[in-house]
Each structure stands twice: as C-alpha cells, then as structure tokens.
Design a protein around this ligand. Structure first.
Ligand code: SF4
Length: 366
C-alpha cells in the first residue's frame, strides 16, 4: 500500500508536472478561475459586440432616416418643379394672350395710321393750292421726275419739248373775296415754278390772296432774280409768307441730271440765306431726296426757322428715259431698309418732318 501510494503519488506528481508544463502555470489548479476570466472576457466581448451591433443598427437607421428624409425632400422638390412648370406654362399662355392682344392692337393702329397717312397725303402742306399758268404749260425746269409733265402730256397731249409758259390772265385778274374765317394757307404755285417772265403776275396774285386774309406757302426751286423781287415787294406781308425751297441734293451733278434747267445748289442756298436774313419764314423741301440728305441738312439747317421736309420719289420705275444706273441707285436709296435708316437718323431732329411717301414706305413694310 505504501509502496502503491508512493507509486501513485509519483505518477500523479509526474502527471501534474506534465500538465503544468503543457498548459502553463497553475493550469490544473487555476482552471476554474481562468474559465471564469474567460467567461468574463467572453461576456465583455459579447457585450461590446452587442453595443457595436446596436450602434451599427442605430447608424443604419439614421442613414435610412436620412435617406427617407432626402427622398421626401426630393419629392417635395419635384413637386415644386412641377408647380413651377405649371406656373411657367400659365405665364407663357398669359404672355401669348397678351402678345395676341398687342398684335391685334398693333394691326389696328397700323391700319388707322395707314388711313391717316393716305388722308394727309395732299394736305400735309396747305389748305388750298393755286397756280397761274395755263394747264397745258410745261414747266421750264424740266425735272425728270415731274409728275405734272406726265399728267399734262396725258390730258393735253402737250409737246414735252415745248416750254412756252402761258399765264392764265383770268386767274391773275380774279378778285378775291375777304376771308372772314380762319386764314387759309395757299400753296402757290403747286404745279409749276416761278420764273422771271411772270414773277410780276405772281407777286400781284400773292398780294390779293394775302389781302383777302389768307397766307401763302411759296414752293419753288428758287432763282435769285425772282426771290429778290418777292422779298422786295412782299416784305410787308412777311408774317403771312412761308418760303419752302425745294433742294433735293447738294450734289450738283445729281441736280444737273434730274433737274436740268433749275437753279443750281449754291443759288438755291443763297436764296434761302437771303430770305432768312430778311426775317421771312423759311423751310426746305427735300422731296424727292436724290441722295442720303445728311450733308445737305447740315448746310441748310442754320437758315431754317420752320421745318425741313423729307420725301421720296414716286413712280420711279415707270419713268421713261432714265439712266439704268440712276434708277438702280435711287431704287436702292428708297429701299425699306435705307428708308428706315433715314428715319432713324433724323427722327430726333426737331426741324425735320417726313412726307407721307416716307411714312408709307415704313408702315407698309413692317
Ligand atoms: S419745278 Fe416742279 S413743276 Fe417744274 S418741272 Fe420741276 S417738278 Fe415739275
């Protein structure tokens, strides 16, 4: 027994030693404690793991929440965009409606304006017209664009080369009844010019018209000889007289072609200066303008106390015997775009008025 115990003790001693060496210090005896520690550690790890999982879940929930929030915002945004689109569409519809109303208004105004321009065509300058040459007399100036020449030829079969001008004596001798109403403005002459050979008769008739309580608009391509006589003999009536000198260009070559027998540019300008300096009412008609009138306007403006009128030529394409180059040049000058340029250039010039020919060109092309 003692021997066996001894053997068993030794065996156990060896076994324990083996165990100790195999698992480290205190394995056999500390196993429980170690297990406890391990359990604590395990519990702690599990707790930590759980906390992590909870945190993770929280984070995920938060993210999901945020995403839902974002989605909601996006939906709201989309809703807003839709509303905005709808508003824009409504706005566009309104604008279109307004545009239609404006367009109709514009059309109506344009139509009314066209009628007004048409009605004003022969009344822009005077209440009445008066002439003292016989209806079949051709005007000696022989302007190529003269509509009177064509008309006389058509109605009286006049010889276009015959410039024998005859004064209508009846018209010179005619007595004028006193005008008790508002003074009438007589454009005198309207279908011929004033020439030295009958300027005496012209002055006589002008006096009668004015003594009858009317006023006279003297439209002429002025010659110094006639204007000096008129100034001298009608100075008493200067308040009742408005000179309107036709100066269609400041380019003498152009004038020589279109108005071959009329006084030159310098002579007409001198007539204008003379009337202005003598205290008469002065104006100029640039009708038909034969080139862009910017330089001409600069030259005449200092001697104008009334208006400068600008008008274009009518019937150019039906005129016979006109140089092809000149027709081309003038057709280009009177093109819509160039007429608009003319209007834009001078619309703010308080001294300038446009004839119906210019206004019609614009209004009919817009
Ligand atoms: S001055 Fe007048 S009326 Fe005489 S030819 Fe010229 S446009 Fe005709």
């Amino acid at each position: 027994m003692n021997n066996r115990n001894q053997i068993n003790l030794e065996l156990q001693g060896e076994f324990l030693e083996f165990l100790e060496n195999y698992h480290g210090n205190g394995y056999g005896f500390d196993n429980e404690k170690e297990n406890e520690n391990k359990q604590i550690k395990k519990n702690s790890n599990e707790k930590e793991k759980k906390i992590k999982q909870i945190r993770k879940k929280k984070r995920q929930n938060k993210l999901k929440e945020e995403e839902r929030g974002k989605e909601k915002e996006n939906e709201k945004e989309k809703e807003k965009e839709k509303e905005k689109e709808k508003e824009n569409e409504q706005e566009q519809e309104k604008e279109q409606e307004q545009e239609n109303v404006n367009e109709n208004k514009r059309k109506k105004l344009k139509q009314e304006l066209k009628i007004k321009i048409k009605k004003a065509h022969n009344k822009q300058w005077s209440d009445r017209i008066y002439n003292i040459l016989t209806a079949d007399s051709n005007c000696k100036n022989d302007c190529k664009y003269c509509y009177m020449k064509a008309m006389k030829n058509r109605f009286f079969k006049t010889d276009l080369e015959d410039f024998t001008m005859k004064v209508n004596e009846k018209k010179v001798k005619k007595g004028w009844r006193k005008n008790k109403l508002k003074p009438k403005l007589f454009m005198f002459p309207s279908s011929h010019d004033i020439f030295d050979q009958f300027v005496g008769d012209y002055i006589k008739v002008s006096k009668k018209i004015m003594l009858a309580g009317n006023e006279v608009l003297i439209v002429t391509k002025p010659s110094l000889v006639c204007i000096k006589k008129i100034i001298k003999q009608l100075s008493y009536f200067k308040k009742k007289i408005l000179f309107r000198f036709t100066i269609t260009s400041d380019d003498q070559d152009i004038l020589d072609y279109w108005e071959p027998n009329a006084p030159g540019f310098e002579e007409r300008l001198n007539c204008l200066k003379l009337c202005y300096e003598n205290g008469f009412n002065t104006s100029v008609s640039i009708e038909p303008y034969l080139k862009f009138p910017n330089t001409l306007i600069k030259k005449i403006t200092p001697y104008i106390n009334d208006y400068i009128w600008i008008g274009s030529m009518s019937g150019l394409n039906s005129m016979k015997d006109i140089k092809i180059d000149e027709k081309k040049r003038l057709n280009n000058l009177y093109r819509f775009e160039n007429t608009l340029k003319l209007v834009n250039e001078f619309k703010n010039n308080k001294k300038i008025l446009f004839k119906t020919s210019v206004m019609s060109k614009i209004i009919n092309n817009i």
